[in-house]
Ligand binder design. Sequence first.
Ligand code: ATP
Ligand code: MG
Ligand code: MG
Ligand code: MG
Length: 470
Amino acid sequence: MNHNLKDSYISFFIEKGHAKLDSASVIPVNDPTCLFNTAGMQPIVPFLLGEPHHLGKRLVNFQKCFRLTDLDSVGDKTHHTFFEMLGNWSLGDYFKKESITWSYEFLTEKLMIPIEKLAVTVFEGNEFVERDEESAQTWLSLGIPKERISYLPAEDNWWPSLDQTGPCGPDTEIFYWSDTENPAPPKHDPTDNRWVEIWNNVFMQYKRLENGEFVPLSQKNVDTGMGVERVTALLAGVDDNYKTDIWLPIIKKIEDISKKIYDDENYTKSIRIVADHMRAIVMIASDDAGIRPSNTDRGYILRRLIRRMVRYMNQLGVDISTDFETPIVDIIVRQFSSFYEEVHRNKEQVLVVIKEEKDKFAKTLEKGLGEIKKALSKLENGILPGDVAFKLYDTYGFPIELTEEVANEKNISVDLDGFREKVKEHQDKSRVGADKKFKGGLAESNPQTARLHTATHLLQAALKKILGND
Ligand code: ATP
Ligand code: MG
Ligand code: MG
Ligand code: MG
């Protein structure tokens, strides 16, 4: 299914005059400011900004994506940290009408999705920019009834965000009614998560200047992204991404190893997290960029993923000193090797990375968890002191985010300032001067800061480079 979806998407857009691009690495090349590719458009930024692409003005691909910002959503039915995105682009060529029409045609004629299960959102307009009537009218003309078209504000339907300077514009999001029992309600309610977003078409149409003005862009672009895992679930007729060919073999293996049942709601979330993190770990560690667990930046994220995965395996009752990882890695490598040869080529490295990091953490996990429990039971003010968090980090190898997570499960917060203070003290003492040491981790754990690392950030940099500081 997965295989067919990618194939039919690519051939559909090739028929519409698009050239196929290879998937870029999940690690952005030559851009240390951006930790991971979070969307298919990210590697395409220079061309969206006007640099000519040797393959032409219409491009299509599938792309490896990783979103740390979605880490806390992992455990639900539709958000993964690592996922694949299908994308098609117009670099100053076709615009809203063609883009929307082709999305509609692909969904209803190629994937045979009944129109009654679709709803869309468009930009409602504000004091600077008129509402996106052209998109709405195109949807209407294709037969989407008006009660399935919602006009929403910039938070939902503007890219990247209203206060960002640089290229920007309205977008339209396409939703699918995932509830297999009940028919879709007449109006799209943005808070009803049975409406699952499957595709997002961005119309880059303005440039926002430093003085706040929006001026039309001379090269208007289209950037679309559709999630492979979500559409695979839709095609399989299930309302849970993990109940598809993509995830089931991994889930079954985790069930075998842990002797726990996915459908037992005591374990569903933990099993999803282990499955998700194992896949992300394999895809990051197999990348030719050679990311290895460390205390900074990408390495820190890989470390967090492995340690968090190990903690959940432990929670599922698995003896983590055993080799549970090899059979799971085997499945993931088999699934991806025909698309990404490096995953196969670097499999042994991946196993070594996981094993070494797991062993380091496994030795202290039980003690560390015991230590956290002890500290939590003694608390009076609902705040875990910074020095305890530091001890957990320093002695037991608990990434601060993991300590926070365990504490938060008990409605207890962590004194992060106190923790930072301790880190600093420790650094001053050992004079490693590695102030950077915790930056990656702490910065990335803050969604605000993390967003800076996304495409927007890249766009600003590229824009400055290409257009100067206008
Ligand atoms: P959502 O609102 O559901 O979080 P999004 O608006 O953040 O999605 P986009 O940035 O528009 O998502 O990405 C384009 C498409 O990629 C989405 O329409 C969806 O199909 C898919 N997608 C986005 N985030 C994830 C994720 N964490 N896991 C799986 N698929 C995703
Ligand atoms: Mg999202
Ligand atoms: Mg969305
Ligand atoms: Mg979206």
